[in-house]
Design a protein around this ligand. Structure first.
Ligand code: NDP
Ligand code: 8X3
Length: 261
């Protein structure tokens, strides 16, 4: 089995940490030429330096806020100027904010809801629509969305985050049908618990609460998910992996976690 990305370009949104950063490492080591976007450009600089040392090739990095139409358009224009083509788009930028139940929510929670919707749904749609013409021009493309098991199973305290990930799954399935007959693949990778900055962001920077999420169990790592992205992105061009659902052995569903004391 080959995991070869030579001659291919890949764009990763939200590459400054977690799954996005690990995916950058995996794809760079497989030979993909990369363009990486996120808001924290200093983190992208550090990653670019690391990748140059590991692979001898420096990825293109560019500030990206997927909630901003201008930033997203500028990002894709600069990526195409630099790389020429886009073959693979990894729509990874995303976040959860809060665990408030709807009946207890206030105006601040509404801001969190809007941020999740704008980032996980509108941002993903926006970057996808901007990238697709360049994939069609390249004659080969692959949209890989980071969904979640939260897009398959709703849970209390996750109404809006789950809604965004259900939306990602709907978008993934509709897009695959819209592109039928075109040389573009569409995949969703739907992980369970992965220990990244995800829970720190969800709990608005409260690291103690974030650590509790993974207490007494073994979560997935960002590298486990990067392996899935690498696998789907390097199958032969006629093979579309529709979806991968991947969970820790210690997790059987949202909130169903085996913990050792
Ligand atoms: P991290 O918080 O570690 O990474 C999230 C990334 O998204 C960061 O690089 C962040 O960069 C970027 N991002 C957030 N908002 C924006 C924005 N407006 N514009 C551009 N980039 C943005 O979390 P994960 O790596 O865990 O999350 C990656 C994806 O995986 C998300 O879509 C998440 O929903 C999904 N996922 C995560 C799971 C988990 O348990 N960790 C499980 C299932 C799915 P910056 O802040 O620099 O902009
Ligand atoms: C993140 C996984 O279970 O915290 O998408 O919603 S979960």
């Amino acid at each position: 089995m080959s995991f070869n990305g030579h001659g291919k370009t890949a764009v990763i949104t939200g590459a400054s940490s977690g799954i996005g950063a690990a995916t950058a490492v995996a794809l760079a080591e497989a030979g993909f030429r990369l363009a990486l976007g996120a808001r924290r450009t200093q983190k992208l600089e550090q990653l670019a330096e690391e990748l140059q040392q590991r692979t001898g090739q420096r990825p293109f990095i560019q500030a990206l806020d997927v909630t901003s139409p201008n930033s997203s358009q500028h990002f894709i224009e600069e990526v195409v100027r630099e790389l020429g083509h886009i073959h693979v788009l990894v729509n990874n930028a995303g976040l959860a904010r809060g665990v408030t139940h709807i009946a207890d929510a206030d105006d601040k929670d509404e801001e969190d809801w809007r941020e999740m919707m704008e980032t996980n749904v509108m941002g993903l749609l926006r970057v996808t629509r901007l990238a697709l013409p360049h994939m069609l021009k390249a004659g080969s493309g692959h949209v890989i969305n980071l969904g979640s098991i939260a897009g398959r199973e709703a849970y209390a305290g996750g109404s809006v985050y789950c809604a965004t990930k259900f939306a990602v799954r709907a978008i993934t399935e509709a897009l695959r049908q819209e592109l039928l007959g075109k040389p573009i693949r569409v995949t969703t990778i739907d992980p369970g618990m992965v220990e990244t900055e995800f829970s720190i962001v969800r709990y608005h920077g409260d690291e103690a609460k974030a650590n509790e999420v993974y207490a007494g169990m073994t979560p997935l790592t960002a590298e486990d998910i990067a392996d899935c992205v690498l696998f789907v992105a390097t199958r032969p061009a006629h093979v579309n992996i529709d979806a991968i659902i991947v969970k820790p052995v210690d997790q059987a569903g949202a909130g169903k976690v085996a913990r050792r004391s």
